[in-house]
Design a protein around this ligand. Structure first.
Ligand code: URA
Length: 209
């Protein structure tokens, strides 16, 4: 753990323990907002862990990851790649929804690098329990949470990133990015996203052999 991060020893050794602890987590300012922690979801042992940035408005209300528009898009692409979401452990780099009030609406705010680094404590706990063969990080915040450093998605996608130990890490765009695009750029990025998921599916098959 880096020197300037709160040191709370080790995360709990069970997913239920982590879930309870994240609800009480005030290690960074996001935990003090009007939100609820959203725990990862899926099999306790999964070959694939998919990591997003943070819960959005809908996930915060439902208490489940990736149930809103980004999640529905992710589900579609997982199906296309032949990956069954029920076999995947889906979680986020940051466990609480960061937002600012705009009138009565809560507007998404990206977490800072430091907030992601602080929340990595919980992600590491989930990784130690789920022990995936592959971690797929969706977007820059997720990549930072998984890798502990910032990377450029366009330079790191499409192949596994070498790790000294632990699961293979793959990086791709965040589905919310695809939702914001239009026309040619949208088509191009959708193709890349589809290809990334297909490559992960193929690699999962190889690792299962
Ligand atoms: N975006 C994320 O990164 N995670 C979610 O759970 C939902 C939207």
């Amino acid at each position: 753990m880096a020197k300037d991060l709160p040191d709370a020893g080790k995360p709990p050794a069970t997913l239920a323990g982590i879930e309870k602890a994240i609800h009480e987590c005030r290690r960074c300012p996001i935990g003090f907002l009007e939100n609820q922690a959203v725990m990862g979801e899926g099999l306790k042992k999964s070959a694939l862990m998919v990591v997003g940035e943070q819960p959005g408005e809908q996930e915060d209300l439902a208490g489940k990851p990736f149930v809103g528009p980004s999640g529905q898009l992710l589900d579609r692409y997982l199906v296309e790649a032949g990956i069954d979401r029920r076999q995947v452990y889906v979680t986020n780099a940051v466990k609480h929804f960061k937002f600012v009030w705009r009138g009565k609406r809560r507007l998404h705010q990206s977490p800072t690098g430091k907030e992601i680094d602080i929340c990595r404590f919980w992600l590491d706990g989930e990784l130690a329990i789920v022990q995936p063969k592959i971690v797929l990080a969706l977007g820059g915040s997720a990549a930072r949470g998984v890798l502990g450093k910032s990377v450029t998605i366009s330079k790191t996608r499409g192949h596994p990133l070498p790790q000294e130990h632990g699961p293979e890490v793959w990086v791709t765009a965040h589905p919310s990015y695809l939702l914001r695009l239009k026309d040619e750029m949208k088509e191009q990025q959708e193709r890349l996203f589809r290809a990334d998921l297909a490559a992960v599916a193929e690699r999962l098959g190889e690792l299962a052999e």
